[in-house]
Write a protein that binds this ligand. Structure first.
Ligand code: PLP
Length: 403
């Protein structure tokens, strides 16, 4: 990336860390063979793969045979939802929250079309699931509850350990999409008490196209991909051994550095939010939140307009859901926060990375009021009307009401 540019879209993806590239290079000679082959080359690739699996498992407090490598977070989410549902009787019930990633929402919607019952829990203005409402939503027919650890758009952190304990008491399997968490929050599967947990390497300074699903021992899961029976029959397809080695290094680094990095990011994020408010912005989502995410709406300015103006000023951010590839669609997450017809329906997400510097944040803080003022035709007012040009958000609100 051009050194003059400031990358604040780390929740969309991170660049691959130098240590990760080094780790991938070190094993390159062995990792290029098929780990299922029986010859010496294949056995060496298998040894590299299983070493990476042990290291990933150790970082999560899991057993190695509880780790199923996938081609990313989306696949892990799909495997958790579809894999549990495939073994459930028709008419079974699943619970999730309204601000889940599409990797969870889309398979749930597909199940609903096939006759499953799905409850999407509201999250209120702050963007959090209420444990009492969660408990009340569980039914005798509920086979799975899926509540994300940290939201990718507004950064809100859910009380996953508490929700998982409630689910366990009621005999309901619990999945969490923890894709945004490991760089900033502890991810120990024992402490969280979850049955299933999704991760993705590219949010942690690892390569794209690599992820995992943690599957607690004893949890039965039908495969989504059938074929050669790799990953103990739970996910067929030749493993991406170099990518998995990079993932292992990335997660080890994330766990080792988290305690030191998180407060630094939180302080930078707070400074950024001061500047956001000074530019007539309002922060979407309440505490607890990830320390690196700030989602803001600016009165009188449409989010895509702001994104483009910041891009031209050298600052890379996102608007709406970054994972809805390349589109500037407003977000189902902000729609789920509600707040009435006057609430802003689109936001700009600034997401800091482990490499984000104070100087960069100060530069953005200086740019924001100037950009916002220009987009408002010169007005320096910090309060005004929200732009709600947002047909997609309205569509989402209607959709949520159907659940
Ligand atoms: N879940 C969350 C919370 C995410 O933020 C993302 C990616 O943006 C995903 C799942 C999907 O991960 P992947 O890009 O590895 O498929």
């Amino acid at each position: 990336m051009n050194s003059q540019r400031i990358y604040l879209d780390n929740a969309a993806t991170t660049t691959v860390r130098a240590e990760v590239l080094d780790a991938m290079r070190e094993v390159a000679a062995d990792a290029e063979y098929n780990p299922s082959s029986l010859h010496a080359e294949g056995r060496r690739a298998r040894a590299v793969l299983e070493d990476a699996r042990r290291r990933v498992a150790a970082a999560l407090g899991a057993f190695a045979n509880e780790i199923v490598f996938t081609a990313g977070g989306t696949e892990a989410d799909n495997l958790a939802i579809a894999g549990i549902a495939a073994l459930a009787p028709s008419g079974a019930h699943l619970v999730a929250c309204a601000i889940e990633h599409h990797g969870v929402l889309a398979p749930l919607e597909r199940l609903r079309e096939r006759g499953f019952e799905v409850t999407l829990l509201p999250v209120g203005r702050s963007g959090h699931v209420d444990p009492d409402a969660f408990e009340a939503a569980l039914r005798p027919q509920t086979v799975l509850a899926s509540v994300m650890y940290a939201n990718n758009e507004i950064g809100t952190v859910q009380p996953v350990a508490r929700l998982a304990a409630i689910a366990r008491e009621r005999g309901v399997r619990f999945h969490t999409d923890a894709v945004q968490a490991p760089a900033w929050l502890p991810v120990d599967v024992g402490r969280l008490g979850v049955d299933l947990l999704s991760l993705s390497a590219h949010k942690l300074g690892g390569p794209k196209g690599v992820g995992l699903l943690y599957v607690r021992r004893g949890v039965e899961l039908a495969p989504v991909l059938d074929g050669g029976g790799q990953e103990s029959g739970r996910r067929s397809g030749t493993q991406n051994v170099p990518g998995i080695v990079g993932f292992a290094r990335a997660i080890e680094l994330a766990v080792a550095e988290r305690q030191q990095r998180a407060p630094v990011a939180a302080a930078l994020r707070d400074r950024l939010e001061e500047a956001v408010r000074a530019a007539g912005g309002r922060i979407n989502g309440g505490e607890p939140r990830l320390p690196n995410v700030c989602n803001a709406s600016f009165w009188g300015i449409d989010a895509p307009q702001m994104l483009i103006a910041l891009d031209l000023a050298g600052v890379a951010v996102s608007a709406g859901s970054a994972c809805t590839s390349g589109s500037l669609e407003p977000s189902h997450v902000l729609a789920a926060l509600g707040g009435g017809p006057d609430a802003p329906a689109a936001g700009i997400r600034f997401s800091l990375g482990t490499q984000t510097s104070e100087l960069e944040v100060e530069r953005v803080a200086a740019t924001l009021p100037e950009v916002a003022g220009r987009l408002r035709g010169g007005s320096r007012e910090t309060r005004g009307d929200w732009v709600d040009t947002d047909r997609t958000a309205r569509r989402w609100r209607e959709k949520l009401e159907q659940f």
